[in-house]
Design a protein around this ligand. Sequence first.
Ligand SMILES: [Fe+2]
Length: 132
Amino acid sequence: MPSPPVLGYPAMDTLHHDMTALLEAAIAAPDRGLAEALTRLQHHCEHHFAVEEALMSERRFSGAHEHRHEHRQLLAELSGMLRALARGRYALVRAWLSERLPEWFRLHVANLDGLLVAFLKQNQPDQQAAPA
Ligand SMILES: [Fe+2]
């Protein structure tokens, strides 16, 4: 799977790197390991999105509402895939992992995460706190 674009904000780039690795592991998992791999991905996403949302709140980012909404939608889809897996719908879950999630991730990082990083770079707390 191609890596998402590097944004030049290490705290977020590390999360994106970790998510790529967990997604690749889930795609490669055998059926008996798929629920565990998907659960690991879910836990990662909960943490990853919480870190970004804390940054948005701390820095009063104006695009936070839309960004949080995309995170919530993805977490809801992930929960739905875990329920589908419990019903034995492996093909659906594998299609979601190999097609839908990589596309969502690529677009989300390139657009909403990119906007957030541009904002964070322009509004460094150190610069704001520095004496004139
Ligand atoms: Fe995000």
